[in-house]
Design a protein around this ligand. Sequence first.
Ligand SMILES: [Zn+2]
Length: 179
Amino acid sequence: MTDSYNKYFDFCPQCGIEQFLFYRGRKYFKCCDCGYEFYFNMAASVVAIIRNDKNEVLFTIRRHDPAKGMLDLPGGFVDPGETAEAAIVREIKEELNLDVCEYRYIMSSPNEYPYGGFNYHTLDLVFECTVSDQENIAVADDVSGYRFINLREVNADEIGLESIRNIIAYLSEPEKPEQ
Ligand SMILES: [Zn+2]
């Protein structure tokens, strides 16, 4: 019923008793004494597929852990109150200084994102994006570099996060129109 996640949340925030248990299957914490429940909700994030004129995909290099120095796709977490569409435009501007002029939703991919000793559950929403001028790329934020790679040549072992590996595997299937 409970697992090791619970060691980070020992005390009930309502009554303070040390019996605040994580019900993983039911996705929330519950106090054994006062019954207070805290839902551990999944976070939404957005991922961009940006291609150059050779149909290569823009991969970013992760500046920070988890998976520092490994390949990633541009994107990030959706802010509270923000749409996924606004988030993809904002993140691509922040990370790459590129202006998204068109986007098309493709798929979603669940992920577990370890941070601060905790595994955050996320759902990556993938958009194929067209940008106004690829010459303007300037990496910033949590990106330390970028590479354009043909999906047929990308090494999955160089991709840091499982959800991104799953997205690339999906896009690399030969029957997909994106390929
Ligand atoms: Zn309580």
